[in-house]
Design a binder for this molecule. Structure first.
Ligand code: IPM
Ligand code: MN
Length: 399
């Protein structure tokens, strides 16, 4: 019996190792970065997801339609709706992303993605515990950099997180093994290629923006092989950026230092393997005002995807409140998308308007219920703010 279990588990492990070795080979032959300025037409896939996803995605589309009006009319940009990424459709085919939806996504140059429900064991909806669509999309489109900005001007906090997005504890997160009833084993994977590209992206960002500080977060003192590799890679990459200082922290103390008023504003660009990055970016978003305020970019060399950091809030839908869901995170994601594809002016204006509407002026507030405005009304408020001729002055007045 035991030997059989060992054999089964080791065979399983052998297959995973083969897959990962193949992935390493693929990473060695990555395509070049997409050059958006050379495209005749940029296709933005608007993938609405499920739960509150369709409602908040719609709000972001209203804003994009406004900002890209002439580009859309001239045919330079197309916003293409992709509606099939719902939990119902995924469960029907028992796949994280149905094949037809994945094919549609791959026809776009960049994607704006609403939240998608990630089933969990024993959920009350009776959904099978299939893999997260997020995790799958990041892997399928090789979106290795999860870039999450967090700013709290009054505390002098200006953080840019570069979370590794395609390996670490996630890549085999659904491929662990139940060796016996008593023993479960999961696997964590770190590669030179995977670490190098994310760490380099963090250093590049720092050096391009004249930021003199990169912080690398691991638990290399305990998780010696994988985190050790990530940290060793950081040491190597850092040598190519002598003008950028760097330091490294362990994840436990890092979570403490992010809320330490004496230390928090000294962090600027932070890079970490997948799970640690997941955890500290939620913490950081909370410091900024909550997950609803955070947007995230998932960037690969060929594809990119921009999304809200939070989930699909099924409870709101169950209670019929989805139209009151806060679309700020999706609109912030849209601003990051615009910046990524080269519409930097439009992106900057949208950022300013978002700051004014949701942090300072607050003429309208979304509360998640009918005590506040709807996401659509919020989108319109943001558009009116963008239109104001003294947008920049207005914003400066609040600084
Ligand atoms: C995030 C989310 C996802 C993650 C979930 C939904 C799988 O928490 O984008 O941070 O853990 O990466
Ligand atoms: Mn998360």
């Amino acid at each position: 019996m035991t030997e059989e279990q060992v054999k089964k588990a080791t065979d399983h492990f052998a297959n995973l190792v083969r897959e990962q070795l193949e992935r390493v080979e693929r990473m060695k032959h990555e395509p070049d970065w997409t050059d958006f300025s050379s495209l005749d037409k940029i296709i933005i896939g608007a993938c609405s997801g499920d739960g509150i996803g369709p409602a908040i995605t719609e709000a972001a589309i209203i804003v994009l339609n406004f900002l890209l009006d002439s580009e859309i009319k001239s045919g330079k940009v197309e916003i293409r709706r992709i509606d099939g990424l719902t939990i119902e459709n995924r469960v029907k085919v028992m796949k994280a992303i149905p094949d037809d939806v994945l094919a549609e996504l791959k026809e776009c140059h960049t994607i704006l993605k609403g939240p998608t429900t990630t089933p969990w064991k024993g959920n009350k909806y009776g959904w099978p515990n299939i893999e997260s669509a997020n995790v799958s999309m990041r892997r399928e489109l090789d979106l290795f950099a999860n870039v999450r900005p967090v700013r709290v001007p009054e505390k002098n906090i200006d953080w840019m997180f570069y979370r590794e997005n395609t390996e670490g504890a996630y890549v085999l997160g659904s491929k662990g093994v139940d060796v016996s009833d008593d023993l479960a084993v999961d696997f964590k994977v770190i590669t030179n290629q995977g670490s190098e590209r994310i760490i380099r992206a963090a250093f590049e960002y720092a050096s391009k923006n004249n930021i003199n500080k990169v912080t690398v977060v691991t638990k290399a003192n305990v998780v010696k092989r994988t985190d050790g590799k990530f940290l060793a890679m950081a040491e190597q990459v850092a040598k190519e950026y002598p003008q950028v200082e760097w330091d490294d922290w362990y994840i436990d103390i890092m979570t403490a230092k992010l809320i330490d008023p004496a230390r928090q504003s000294s962090f600027r660009v932070i890079t970490a393997p997948n799970l640690y990055g997941d955890i500290i970016t939620d913490e950081a978003a909370q410091i900024q005002g909550g997950l609803g305020t955070a947007g995230a970019a998932n960037i690969g060399k060929r594809y990119s995807m921009f999304e809200a950091v939070h989930g699909s809030a099924l409870k709101m839908v169950d209670e019929g409140r989805e139209k009151y869901a806060d679309p700020t995170s999706m609109i912030k994601a849209a601003a990051m998308l615009l910046n990524h594809i080269g519409y930097t002016d439009e992106s900057a204006k949208l950022d300013r308007a978002l700051d004014i509407c949701s942090q300072y002026e607050k003429k309208m507030v979304v509360t998640g219920r009918d005590t506040g405005v709807t996401g659509e009304e919020m989108a319109k408020y943001i558009i009116e703010t963008i239109k104001s001729p003294d947008l920049e002055q207005k914003w400066k007045g609040y600084q």
